[in-house]
Design a protein around this ligand. Structure first.
Ligand code: RIB
Ligand code: CA
Length: 317
């Protein structure tokens, strides 16, 4: 019986990022060793502060947080996502400050050191723009080779985009980084809109963990703006917690049905910028193909998330 799998989350909290971090902390299958932050939903300084505070909310300010890229590799991200996540990134909720300070190391250094020092393969879940992962691949390829599984939230095979008609937000925020990451030979699972959009957390599920304890109530409060946005923008009865589904796959490999596909990213400057072009004509044998998530039991995934958040809320008190 092996112990919990070492886990790193690279993130841009972000409402669904916050839920994903809490889910990881509630899951005995994994041991969250490091959180690295990246620009994305809001500016890097804010995503970093949010990561510290979310960890503190769960009583886990011991987990180091290292700040990474404050901008995309080549072209600046056209706009942040404050209209979705709130200007400060957590739905307008002001969490208590963490007693912990940011790790003094840059994210790619902290990540490389952890990977090189770990005896067991490390799972890395990248749930913001993939800028830090691209920088790791370019700066410390020998460390990147030590990644056991890279679980990426981003892209879309057949569901179009959520920030433009063509592009999903994390890829759109840094298409050049996305192309670099998708061209690596690291074992990679791509968790895109095809499986996240059907997986909706409704008000009843939110209420369950809200009632389980103060940390659950705080998580529910963070989600409220996301819920309001989903109702007004998409008319859906709940929220799509994209990042939490990616973490579910990281925690329980095989949660999602995947097929090995070749994927390229549109890095032009036209209307298709940030689109992931997934070749669904065939199952790929290429070493740079990725396991694209194409099927999901959404009800089971939502139940997994709610149940874990309930248990975390009870444990934290
Ligand atoms: O497209 C969904 C992704 O973009 C998630 O990571 C969410 O946090 C948003 O930033
Ligand atoms: Ca995110």
């Amino acid at each position: 019986m092996t112990g919990p799998v070492p886990l790193v989350i690279d993130t841009d909290p972000g409402i669904d990022d916050a839920l994903a971090i809490l889910l990881a902390l509630a899951s005995p299958e994994v041991d969250l060793r490091l959180v690295t932050t990246v620009h994305g939903n809001v500016e890097l300084a804010q995503t970093t502060e949010n990561a510290l505070r979310v960890l503190h909310l769960a009583g886990r300010s011991d987990v180091p947080v290292a700040a990474g890229a404050r901008d995309s590799l080549v072209y600046r991200q056209p706009e942040r996502a404050g209209h979705v996540h709130g200007a400060a990134g957590l739905g307008g909720v002001q969490l208590p400050p963490s007693p912990a300070a940011v790790d003094p190391r840059p994210a790619v250094v902290a990540l490389a050191e952890l990977l090189l020092a770990s005896a067991a393969p490390v799972t890395v879940a990248a749930i913001g723009p993939w800028t830090n992962i691209a920088l790791l691949l370019a700066t410390y390829p020998e460390a990147a080779e030590r990644i056991g599984r890279l679980v990426l939230m981003g892209g879309s095979a057949a569901r179009g985009g959520n920030v433009t008609a063509a592009a999903e937000f994390n890829v759109w925020a840094d298409p050049e980084a996305a192309q670099k990451v998708l061209g690596s030979a690291v074992p990679t699972v791509l968790v895109g809109l095809d499986v996240t959009l059907p997986t909706v957390l409704d008000a009843a599920g939110i209420e369950r963990f809200a009632a389980a304890g103060p940390a659950g109530a705080t998580a529910a409060a963070i989600l409220q703006q996301y819920l309001d946005h989903a109702r007004t923008a998409y008319g859906t009865p709940g929220v799509v917690v994209h990042d939490a589904l990616a973490l579910t796959e990281a925690i329980v490999p095989g949660t999602l049905g995947t097929v090995r596909r070749d994927v390229v990213v549109d890095t032009t400057l036209g209307a298709g910028r940030g689109q992931t072009l997934v070749d669904r004509r065939t199952v790929s044998r290429s070493p740079t193909a990725v396991d694209v998530a194409e099927t999901v039991d959404s009800a089971a995934a939502v139940e997994f998330l709610v149940g874990r958040l309930e248990s975390l809320a009870r444990a934290v008190g």
